[in-house]
Write a protein that binds this ligand. Structure first.
Ligand code: PGA
Length: 283
């Protein structure tokens, strides 16, 4: 994991079924967040719970915040029954909005719609979590091109000054919601992360490419986190089912946290060894 503070996003989808349960789960997650201060945690509940959960976070610098799972492509004030604008979501305290989740793409959202949605979020003070990912893996590596095309069609035309508000979530569709909980391996993930960064660098330069966070999503749980985080070298995770209970989400935090600690100890030992060798050589 490259960036200092990993970003762990929970996507609650259509869970839970009541405000009472949402408050209970979120209160447990808040407690866990106060233990794992080295992580930035975001919970994306269904719309009706966004406001109350965001308000319960309170003001001041916190490592937990609330996001929405989607935003409308329409702006405030239009006659579009049932739509919820990005302004409204931002006004109740959400800090992030997911755009382009594969489950929404499957409901008919196309690149044009997603481009507009992304712009709607960028007009607010929220950050966008833009989801991309191939439906299936072929042996020729065509999935790299699929992801590149998805990024290109939504990101083209975005102002350079807005890129700091965009986070990319790579979620291979075939790895989402798997009953056997098999995620992409860290090795394969790393190849995609490198590919995405290379594409960002070629299109928008080094500064933007190295600043942008890339998350992984798709059947993440506490037992596959280590491989994903360490070998995949992602900047965080987009977690579905393992964020629906306090316990499962807390286990993911614990696992990311322990990877970070083990890794920084290893790095420290390497640096010490190098310094000792240099000292010896000088004598
Ligand atoms: P999952 O969902 O972790 O349950 O696979 C991930 C997602 O849909 O974002």
């Amino acid at each position: 994991m490259k960036k200092l503070k990993p970003l762990i996003v929970g996507n609650w989808k259509t869970n839970p079924g009541s405000l009472k349960d949402a408050k209970n789960i979120f209160s447990g997650i808040k407690k866990a967040a106060s233990v794992y201060k080295g992580l930035d945690i975001v919970v994306c509940p269904p719309y009706p719970f966004v406001s109350i959960l965001a308000q319960s976070v309170g003001t001041g610098k916190k490592n937990i915040s609330v996001g929405s799972q989607d935003v409308s492509q329409y702006e405030t004030g239009l006659s579009r029954t049932g739509e919820v604008s990005a302004d409204m979501i931002a006004s109740v305290g959400a800090r992030y909005a997911i755009v382009g989740h594969s489950e929404r793409r499957a409901m008919g959202e196309n690149a044009e719609t997603l481009k507009v949605k992304l712009q709607q979020v960028l007009k607010t003070n929220m950050s966008v979590i833009l989801c991309v990912g191939e439906k299936e893996r072929d042996t020729e590596g065509g999935y790299f091109e699929v992801v590149k095309a998805q990024l290109k069609e939504v990101l083209s035309g975005v102002n350079r000054s807005d890129f700091h508000k965009i986070i990319i979530a790579y979620e291979p569709v075939w790895a989402i919601g798997r009953k056997d909980n098999v995620a992409l391996t860290g090795y394969d993930l790393h190849q995609m992360v490198v590919y995405i960064r290379k594409y960002l660098k070629e299109s928008w330069g080094d500064t933007i490419a190295s600043m942008m966070k890339i998350l992984y999503g798709g059947s993440v749980n506490s037992s596959n986190t280590e491989d994903i985080v360490i070998n995949g070298e992602v900047d965080g995770l987009l977690v579905g089912r393992s964020s629906w209970t306090t316990e499962a989400f807390r286990d993911v935090f614990a696992s990311v946290n322990s990877c970070m600690t083990t890794h920084s100890i290893k790095d420290l030992k390497k640096t010490l060894k190098k310094a000792q060798a240099q000292k010896k050589n000088k004598r």
